[in-house]
Ligand binder design. Structure first.
Ligand code: FAD
Length: 694
């Protein structure tokens, strides 16, 4: 679910006096009012529903192009809004962006042939749709799909529909870009006509942005030709109106200073807590797991007692970050907004379909600190758009060059890990970029995303406390002017330092607003929600399990072993429990080294820990080597139907382990390598092989 659903549509309904429409009885209360703006609820709009009929919606708001997105982390949503903006500014299309979960699809057979639908679809995990695309995907994937007038697949019911498709995927996963591939297949089969190629962006190769940029030009050419559109000089048109309210006091009760929604603004947090409504959880304990000065790995115990949040072993916890004060200052200063950072602003969509990604009224400071992803990598397309607002012509020329030359951009920006404010500072030599409309920043930057952590405790052992094991991101690159500090993990580090009364809680000068909006996070709290996963222990504990988790990949396996140790202590029969763990060296980053000894006592010989240290001797040893050295035992356990789990680095380790396992099976079962691969595939399909990778 996305954070920013519904609000503006209801606002528009209110302003225009549109009659509430209840196609599916979707009330605010059902989906949750993401921000619960006082303006909306005070007028009784809390009960307003909204149309799930996209054709009607387009008709009403005079649109001829809808860009749907299926997004998990916000990237697909961002691409969707970029396509919508470009379609409008370059080709005069009247575009809107739509969350897939907000509409029904039975009436797409009525989609007018002079309009265009664009689908921007991320594939999640093992070829799954994103949470907001589940219903859409099930509808199109259904065997007996029928449309509003009873038309079925054979009638080619979508022959009027013209569409464009782009997928976001990761080639390290087996079902690479399966969402866009399958949806494209379904639509074509139903008679729809695709314009341009179905694009595929690859996060695995790190080329998502460039894949997108390379795909969209020929796509637009085809759209322009087929729909008879003329390209025009692109002019920037703001999507949001940002009005300053100098007469309003930032401390006024109705001003959001970073509170995620109305519940929080009113001071009493109320459940249910979910992806739209975080629980401000106390951090019961925190500690450092590494024994080295230059790297940190945090262990935290997050208290969810009384919140009605629940988890089961293998789930994820989402942490809602706060940007570092140092970066907030940099951002506001380079935009020339530092002196009015606490000025109240009201932000609204200039069009009924535009959604403001944070609650309003707020302040510049709060919007930037709590809601905008200001530290992320910069998109080259955004640099091109910003060029027109450069403080002088030389800077503008440099921005145009960066925006149009891929290799130059990579050398100067991407490879140096710059964030936007850092780049703007360097280019203008700290001269403020006062001409950039704040709306453009809201449009061009992602809204801040909660980060997920594999829960490292067992719900059986500690149902009210969620453990997190997080390595603190800090990346120095030769030649880069700044050390990249991960947004969430450095915030967590600052919380830990503060909890321990460290006199210098902020060694990197990052200067977090630790106590949160209106000091509501004081006493060491962090906003969280829980996301359920399919990464699960076998329900029968006597089944053997094999776990591969180097580095922080060990997080969920600490939970698994903790659970099985508790079961063994309680007298249950627990099967063989084999863990492959790897790190740099035993003295520095051997996570939970002493806990394993205790679990060994509880589980006896049924617990086997294989360790691989990559920097502890003359030879680099990785978990893959340990698996190979124990291949016969691994194969034997798999034949006894052991569950096989992999967690951690998706890019290399998980893939190599997959290949290795096929080889082991082929060797010890005396079958061909192809057969070995098929066996591993079948294990994945039946959930005997599970991955939790990132
Ligand atoms: P971010 O600020 O998000 O930065 C992360 C990375 O993005 C950087 O290291 C860098 O490579 C890149 N980046 C950021 N900004 C820039 C820039 N300006 N230029 C270039 N590159 C940039 N992590 C754990 O430690 N433990 C876990 O148990 C765990 N479980 C996870 C489970 C799941 C399902 C998922 C999806 C992820 C999990 N992660 C886990 C990873 C975690 O969610 C975060 O991604 C990680 O902690 C980094 O977050 P951050 O906000 O500190 O860093």
């Amino acid at each position: 679910a996305q954070l920013d659903t519904l609000d503006i549509i209801v606002l528009a309904a209110l302003l225009l006096g549109t009659v509430a429409y209840f196609t599916k009885g979707t009330y605010w209360a059902v989906y949750g009012d993401p921000y619960g703006n006082s303006l909306q609820t005070s007028n009784g709009a809390a009960k307003a529903g909204k149309s799930r009929n996209i054709i009607e919606k387009m008709e009403e708001s005079d649109k001829n192009c809808v860009v749907f997105y299926g997004s998990q982390t916000g990237t697909a949503e961002d691409y969707a809004s970029r396509i919508a903006k470009e379609g409008h500014s370059r080709f005069g299309l009247n575009t809107m962006v739509a969350d897939l979960e907000d509409y029904d699809y039975e009436n797409l057979d009525k989609f007018p042939d002079d309009k265009l639908a664009v689908f921007v679809l991320a594939t999640y995990g093992e070829g799954e749709p994103t949470d907001n695309a589940v219903e859409f995907y099930e509808f199109f994937g259904s065997e007996d799909i029928t449309f509003s007038e009873g038309a079925s697949a054979q009638d080619k019911p979508l022959s009027n529909l013209k569409y464009v498709a782009f997928g976001l995927g990761n080639n390290t996963y087996e079902h690479y870009n399966s969402m866009v591939r399958n949806v494209d297949g379904y639509l074509t089969k139903l008679g729809a006509t695709r314009l341009g190629a179905a694009g595929e962006g690859d996060d695995g190769a790190g080329t998502m942005e460039e894949d997108f940029l390379a795909w969209k030009e020929p796509m637009w050419a085809d759209v322009a030709e087929k729909m008879g559109l003329e390209e025009r000089e692109a002019v920037y048109e703001a999507v949001f109106e940002v009005s300053e309210k100098p007469d309003m006091d930032a401390d006024a009760d109705e001003v959001y200073l970073g509170e995620p929604n109305k519940n929080h603004l009113e001071g009493t947090q109320k459940g249910p807590f979910n992806a739209n409504n975080p629980f401000i959880a106390p951090i019961a304990e925190s500690s450092e797991l590494f024994n080295t000065k230059d790297r940190n790995c945090l262990h935290m115990e997050i208290d969810i007692a009384g919140s009605k949040l629940s988890y089961t072993t293998g789930d994820h916890i989402a942490v809602w970050p706060t940007n570092a004060g140092k970066e907030v200052d940099r951002f506001l200063t380079i935009l020339g907004l530092a002196s009015k950072r606490h000025t109240v602003i009201a932000v609204k969509g200039l069009d009924s379909t535009a959604k403001v990604p944070f609650p309003s009224p707020t302040t510049y400071d709060a919007a930037v600190r709590y809601h905008m992803e200001i530290c992320a990598p910069i998109s080259r397309q955004f640099v091109s758009i910003l060029a027109q607002f450069a403080p002088n012509d030389d800077v503008k020329a440099e921005m145009v060059k960066l925006g149009s030359e891929k290799d130059y951009f990579h050398d100067k920006v991407a490879d140096r890990n710059l964030n936007l404010a850092q780049l703007l500072e360097i280019l203008s030599n700290n001269e403020p970029w006062e001409k950039i409309p704040f709306s453009l920043m809201i449009e061009g930057l992602l809204k801040i995303q909660p980060r997920y952590y594999s829960i490292s405790s067992s719900s059986l052992v500690q149902k009210d406390k969620i453990s997190v094991t997080a390595v603190v991101e800090s990346v120095s690159k030769p030649g880069a002017p700044h050390v990249l500090k991960g947004v969430t993990t450095n915030y967590l580090l600052a919380l830990k330092q503060k909890q321990h009364g460290d006199p210098n809680p902020d060694p990197n000068g990052l200067n977090y607003a630790i106590t949160g909006p209106r000091n509501k996070y004081d006493g060491i709290h962090v906003p969280v929600h829980v996301r359920h996963s399919n990464f699960k222990l076998p329900s029968d504990p006597s089944k053997p399990i094999i776990m591969v988790g180097p580095g922080t990949g060990v997080a969920p396996f600490r939970a698994f072993v903790q659970e099985r140790a508790a079961q063994a202590k309680a007298g249950q029969s627990v099967g063989k429990t084999v863990l492959f763990f790897g790190c740099r060296n035993k003295a520095e980053d051997f996570l939970y080294q002493h806990e394993w000894d205790q679990y060994k006592k509880d589980l006896g010989d049924n617990f086997v820990l294989h360790t691989a240290f990559s920097r502890d001797g003359p030879k680099k040893v990785y978990v893959q080597h340990q698996i190979e050295d124990n291949a016969e035992e691994v194969n034997k356990l798999l034949e006894e139907k052991a569950y096989f789990y992999v967690c951690g680095d998706a890019a290399n380790m998980a893939r190599e382990v997959n290949t290795l396992l096929s080889k082991i099976i082929s060797k010890y079962r005396n079958v061909s390598e192809t057969k070995g691969e098929e066996i591993v595939k079948a294990m994945r399909a039946s959930n005997q092989y599970q991955e939790d990778v990132w």
